[in-house]
Design a protein around this ligand. Structure first.
Ligand code: ZN
Length: 297
């Protein structure tokens, strides 16, 4: 149990005094590992961290077997931010940027025009679900709240924070309730208390201390805890598929020039090297391979 508390984790909770549920997440090790892959300018790391915390919170709300991907594509200096959280509770993420990035650049300056897509790939569903919201507002949390406002009946509020060592997030969501007047009154009261949350509290307090500080006048019950960790879903097979997409000519040109084809995973920096025999194998007819193995040896 001590390990679970020390590790990156997500805590679900529920109010007994209002039809409201919540999730809290704090990631240190995962965040350190994500940041290690590239030298992110501070303002880019800030956005990436917020997206990472958001992915963990949203993945927990959808309860699927598969993965949830948040992807921000824009025409701004930060052209791509992509984060993924799987139902195995693993996370990965990256951001692409161009040029000099000012430390105090706002989200609008970093992203410009574009969209944030929420994709849910379930092993049980034939097609992935995708929701899209345009880049707007002042923060990732605000964009996600707009997404919830346009796509879901239940009101949702999200707070996200990043610093060098930690990313943190809090999500509150209305639950169905019979009495609409009481529902709204309870929701407003909980939000009023939650609005006092400071970035430092999200990043530095443990969940029990935070919930007590915000909601000590309410009745809050802790539900399950989920341990989260960094893990990459890349594989040699996926890289092989990418090389096949490049085409035989392109792959052979690279072999002629360098003697091998090597691709690095952008999420985890694992290098996958394919020598001339590997590459020939990728483009040969499976029947020929069979024949080769019969005749050569
Ligand atoms: Zn990888």
């Amino acid at each position: 149990m001590q390990d679970a508390i020390q590790a990156d984790h997500l805590q679900r909770f529920i109010f007994d005094s209002a039809a409201v549920r919540g999730e809290w997440v704090q990631l240190k090790q995962t965040w350190t590992t994500v940041k290690m892959q590239r030298e992110y300018p501070p303002a880019v790391a800030d956005l990436l961290g917020q997206m990472l915390a958001a992915a963990a919170l949203l993945a927990e709300t959808v309860k699927i077997s598969g993965r949830l991907v948040l992807q921000c594509r824009t025409d701004g200096p930060v052209s791509l931010i992509m984060v993924e959280c799987t139902s195995d509770h693993t996370l990965r993420g990256l951001a692409n940027w161009q040029g000099e990035i000012a430390d105090n650049a706002s989200m609008q300056e970093l992203l410009g025009k574009g969209s944030l897509a929420i994709t849910i790939e379930s092993v049980d569903a034939k097609h992935p679900y995708q929701g899209i919201v345009s880049v707007q507002g002042e923060s990732i949390a605000e964009m996600l709240e707009m997404y919830f406002a346009q796509s879901e009946q239940l009101q949702t509020r999200i707070w996200l924070a990043t610093d060098d060592n930690t990313v943190g997030g809090l999500l509150l969501q209305q639950l169905p309730e019979q009495d609409p007047e009481l529902h709204d009154e309870n929701w407003q009261r909980i939000l009023y208390l939650a609005e006092t949350i400071a970035k430092e509290e999200l990043l530095n307090l443990d969940v029990v201390s935070l919930l007590y500080r915000l909601f000590h006048e309410e009745m809050v019950r802790l539900l399950s805890t989920t341990v989260l960790e960094f893990s990459c879903t890349c594989s040699r097979q996926r890289v092989a598929d990418t090389i096949k997409l490049l085409g035989r000519q392109e792959a052979e040109d690279i072999i002629a020039e360098r003697g091998f084809v090597e691709l690095a995973c952008e999420f985890c920096n694992t290098h996958y090297r394919f020598d001339p025999v590997d590459v020939a194998g990728l483009f040969s007819d499976p029947l020929n391979i069979q024949n080769d193995s019969n005749t050569v040896h």
